[in-house]
Design a protein around this ligand. Structure first.
Ligand code: ARG
Length: 456
């Protein structure tokens, strides 16, 4: 009979046991569950609710159970539903009636809210560390190639010349916000729900502040109903992961383009590519493609969580059990991304010559001509129009922009001087973008050293 079976005359059917179990996925919470129970019994003894010897015996046995699970020496059985019941019944198996005191003043509703908060707190620390490592790889690659130029794109069309390092550092910025979103989520979730009971608190004189301090929480929750009902912290967490995955997916798309034959800007190491079962010549960027695919699954988790919660009357409803499937899948995906990307970035090879060749398209410097006119006092819209006409003239005459003579240029840009013929040097074009946030060499060098010391 189940631990809650007092008012039942028969067990749940096998089908229902299989339908309602969560042990297959919530067993990963065992360390958090045990950590929470240890703090709980310590408090129960301090509050005089259970004898000190009982608390000590329970703590000792809980740690033994933890070691057994660590060692794979613990039997999980769907008839015990979830991780909480497994641990409580293992405790009672050994300690009998004394073990049966552990659940005093507690419900699985506040227990699971606690476990998940503890789990996500550690997970966030792990992921933030991984994101820092990822940023280091990108910043390191930027530092190793501070002068490599390439075309920058808008609409996937050649736009202006940029530094490859500047492109990579754009992702370092995005990842930085991802880490700070996770850190922010951690602040809000670091509140103790235990002591909320099933929904209304407890008649026992629980010392919640003590448990909170013991478990390293910043505060005790103010409303027991909120504490057992809401999963906004899990939604926030998965939302932060979704944004992180989206950023990584975008980087992946850049890498996929760059290693295509059409771009041919980089080569990924063999360790991060796979071949074709049919076409012998193929080397495919599958890791990057899988990231685009896995990102879709993370979005699915976020949608699942939002949908899971939107129609639930207060307070706890069993629907909430499904939250962990979505949360854990998002955790696993983020961890996998963070395991694969830093070494993939570290080992990628640049084809600098190809990048430079692509960046030598003089059309990339069209804006520089317009801005030169602005410096001479021509209103920007007029300047834009003149350079546009020049581009059209070149196209009609089958010339590149740098293949027109000054006289020819003057047909559409009357203000043009000798100097204008020197505006097509891609390095010079980059160098001139010397303002905060720009792709100029000295600005990017500043950003590289900023990130390198920030990530120390
Ligand atoms: N396994 C449950 C969950 O994950 C724990 C809480 C169950 N509470 C209950 N009253 N059935 O949500």
């Amino acid at each position: 009979m189940a631990l809650w079976g007092g008012r039942f005359s028969s067990n749940t059917s096998d089908e229902v046991a299989r339908y309602s179990e969560s042990i297959s996925f919530d067993k990963r919470l065992y360390r958090c569950d045990i950590e929470g129970s240890c703090a709980h019994v310590k408090m129960l003894a301090a509050a005089g609710i259970i004898p000190q010897e009982t608390a000590d015996a329970i703590r000792k046995e809980l740690l033994r159970i933890r070691d057994r699970i660590d060692a794979g020496d613990f039997k999980f059985d769907i008839s015990l539903e979830d991780i909480h019941m497994h641990i409580e019944s293992a405790l009672i198996d050994v300690l009998g009636a004394e073990g049966a005191r552990v659940h005093s003043g507690r419900s699985r509703n506040d227990q699971i809210a606690l476990d998940l908060r503890l789990y996500l707190r550690d997970e966030i620390d792990l992921l933030v560390h991984g994101i820092r490592r990822f940023q280091k790889s990108l910043a390191g690659m930027a530092a190793a190639h501070p002068r490599v130029i390439m075309p920058g794109f808008t609409h996937l069309q050649h736009a202006q010349v940029v530094l490859f390092a500047h492109h990579l550092l754009a992702y370092v910025e995005m990842l930085d916000r991802d880490a700070s979103r996770l850190a922010d989520c951690r602040k809000r979730l670091n509140v103790l729900p235990l002591g909320s009971g099933a929904l209304a608190g407890s008649t026992l004189p629980l010392k919640r502040e003590m448990v909170s301090a013991e478990l390293g929480f910043d505060a005790v929750s103010r409303n027991s109903m909120d504490s057992v009902a809401d999963r906004d912290f899990a939604i926030e967490f998965v939302a932060a992961i979704a944004v992180f995955a989206m950023h990584t997916s975008r980087l992946s798309e850049d890498l996929i383009l760059w290693c295509s034959q059409e771009f041919d800007f980089i080569e990924l190491d063999d360790a991060f590519c796979t071949g074709s079962s049919l076409m012998p010549q193929k080397k495919n960027p599958d890791v990057c493609e899988l990231t685009r695919g896995k990102t879709a699954r993370v979005y699915g988790s976020l949608t699942a969580l939002l949908t899971l919660c939107k129609g639930l009357p207060l307070t706890y409803n069993r629907d909430l059990q499904e939250d962990k499937i979505a949360v854990f899948d998002a955790c696993d995906t983020a961890e996998q991304i963070l395991a694969v990307y830093p070494p993939m970035i570290d080992s990628m090879k640049l084809k600098e010559e190809n990048m430079r060749r692509a960046a030598s398209d003089p059309a990339l410097m069209a804006t520089d001509i317009a801005e030169q006119l602005v410096k001479m006092g021509v209103p920007f819209r007029t300047a834009h129009h003149r350079v546009g006409s020049f581009v059209k003239w070149c196209k009609e005459h089958g010339r590149r922009l740098d293949e027109a003579s000054l006289a020819e240029m003057r047909e559409t840009i009357p203000e043009a001087t000798e100097e204008f013929l020197n505006l097509f040097d891609p390095e010079a074009s980059v160098a001139k973008r010397d303002l905060t946030g720009g792709t100029g060499f000295s600005q990017v060098a500043r950003q590289i050293s900023f990130w390198q010391s920030a990530l120390e």
